[in-house]
Design a protein around this ligand. Structure first.
Ligand code: UDP
Length: 231
């Protein structure tokens, strides 16, 4: 793997609290990503917003406005995680698909490539910039645009199962399955729009647990215990 896109859910940043930030959790993520960067792997990051807000949280306010709040939540997450990454010795940049003044830089493929050339971890904040999309879609979109070798999905669960293991004790974990199976069986790896984009653009995904010790390092450097979604 030369270049990867790592997706962290917003809730992954919150640890046991499930809201806001948990600094020890994010510092642990940072230390693991540093191992990859020190190996010469280029790392792009997309972070969800669920630790603050999801567009579907409110049934009262307009969905477009609710989604805008969600996208801004992902910007806050990326600025925070970027700073923690810097505190452990990495160089970082935060790119957004809309202007955020001096807080971030506007996304372009050329700009992302320039930062990767400078050994920086590049955060793709603000989702796609459009309501009715998700950070899953943003993850796949950016992975395709930056020509990543694969998407690494850090989850609270250690892979893809044929049914919910919390509900069904006999649920079976897949070591590998195709993106067509994910779509046909409606397995919630990423949302449907993102799955279709992966299929059309032949972008593999690797699902693994963030709770496993050295989960990120293991997933990327061969000791992979999760589920590979092939294309
Ligand atoms: N969002 C959006 N467009 C995007 C990406 C995100 O409108 O391209 C909004 C949407 O409201 C979503 C919220 O941002 O609910 C947070 O993102 P997401 O739910 O994907 O975060 P996660 O559930 O992975 O923590």
């Amino acid at each position: 793997m030369k270049r990867i896109l790592l997706k962290l859910s917003g809730e992954a940043l919150a640890g046991e609290k499930h809201r806001g930030f948990d600094e020890p959790t994010v510092t642990e993520v940072a230390k693991q990503v540093k191992v990859l960067v020190d190996q010469g792997i280029e790392v792009g990051i997309v972070i969800g917003g669920g630790n603050f807000w999801r567009g579907r949280t409110s049934e009262t306010i307009d969905r477009t406005k609710a989604d805008q709040i969600g996208m801004l939540a992902t910007v806050m997450n990326c600025i925070y995680v970027s700073e923690i990454f810097r505190s452990v010795g990495m160089k970082t940049a935060v790119l957004t698909p809309f202007e955020c003044g001096s807080m971030t830089k506007l996304f372009s493929k050329d700009r992302a490539n320039k930062y990767f050339d400078h050994n920086m971890v590049v955060f793709f904040a603000g989702g796609t910039g459009h309501p009715y999309f998700s950070t899953d879609t943003a993850t796949v979109l950016r992975a395709i645009e930056i020509e990543a070798d694969g998407i690494y999905l850090a989850k609270a669960i250690d892979g893809v199962y044929d049914s919910d293991p919390k509900v069904n004790p006999d649920a079976k974990k897949y070591d590998e399955l195709s993106i067509e199976e994910v779509i046909d069986k409606k397995l919630a790896v990423v949302d449907l729009t993102a799955s279709i984009m992966c299929m059309e653009n032949k972008m593999p995904m690797y699902v693994f647990s963030l709770n496993e010790k050295d989960g990120i390092v293991n997933a990327v450097s061969g000791k992979f215990n999760g589920t590979k979604v092939t294309v």
